[in-house]
Design a binder for this molecule. Structure first.
Ligand SMILES: [Zn+2]
Length: 222
């Protein structure tokens, strides 16, 4: 009986793991394809959705409420890009979100461009928290993904780490919670394309999952 009482006290005393409302935004969709790989086998809007769906599944299993801005190949506004971006950001207000993550893949005319970068809003209502979220995601991208591509987070010339940057991207600028946009890889790079076609996006899903959890562990809700 004493033991049971002790257990009951312990359970009450233990803070429950906070559950967060997380909005994941797979970039583009519908008529807007984003960028594509040299062979056109990877289309940004499709890859972003695949990563977002897998990430959502893992975060939901952890108990979080996850809302995707789109779960199929569609735009939120087919005719007007600005309205499309506004509607994505508006969901952070509608759902009282704690975290907003927009997922993109990059492209460049320079085929040797490669690596990942994480953006925070330049005019930020939550500057420290957006940076903390970006830093957590950046940490796990640099540790989970980079070594697999032959780079490392050592500041060397081969590094694929393009850092954390401020931007005026509308989709994160208008979010009403800590917000980050991740450009996960340059799919215009033939070596990156080859690796992704062979191995899929599991590394990225793991890195984003770990990064979001890392942020949650170290930051209380707004
Ligand atoms: Zn994009």
């Amino acid at each position: 009986m004493k033991k049971l009482l002790y257990l009951a006290v312990l359970l009450v005393a233990m803070p429950a793991q906070a559950t967060y409302t997380i909005i994941i935004d797979p970039g583009h969709g519908g008529p807007r394809c984003g960028t594509s790989s040299p062979s056109k086998k990877i289309i940004e809007k499709e890859a972003a959705l695949e990563i977002a769906l897998a990430l959502a599944k893992q975060l939901r299993e952890k108990g979080h409420t996850v809302i995707l801005t789109r779960e199929t190949d569609r735009a939120l506004d087919e005719h007007n890009l600005m309205d499309d971006l506004k509607k994505r950001a508006q969901m952070t207000t509608d759902y009282k979100a704690d975290i907003f993550l927009s997922i993109h893949l990059n492209g460049s005319f320079n085929k040797s461009s490669r690596g990942f970068e994480v953006y925070v809003p330049y005019e930020d209502k939550y500057p420290i928290k957006s940076y903390a979220l970006a830093a957590a995601i950046h940490y796990d991208l640099s540790h989970e993904v980079e070594p697999e591509f032959g780079g490392g987070n050592l500041g060397n010339l081969n590094s694929l780490d393009r850092g954390i940057k401020a931007s005026r991207f509308n989709v994160i600028k208008r979010a009403t919670c800590p917000a980050v946009l991740a450009e996960l890889a340059y799919i215009s790079n033939p070596a990156t394309e080859e690796k992704l076609l062979k191995e899929g996006y599991g590394l990225y899903v793991t890195a984003l999952y770990k990064g979001i959890n890392r942020y949650i562990v170290h930051n209380k809700k707004e």
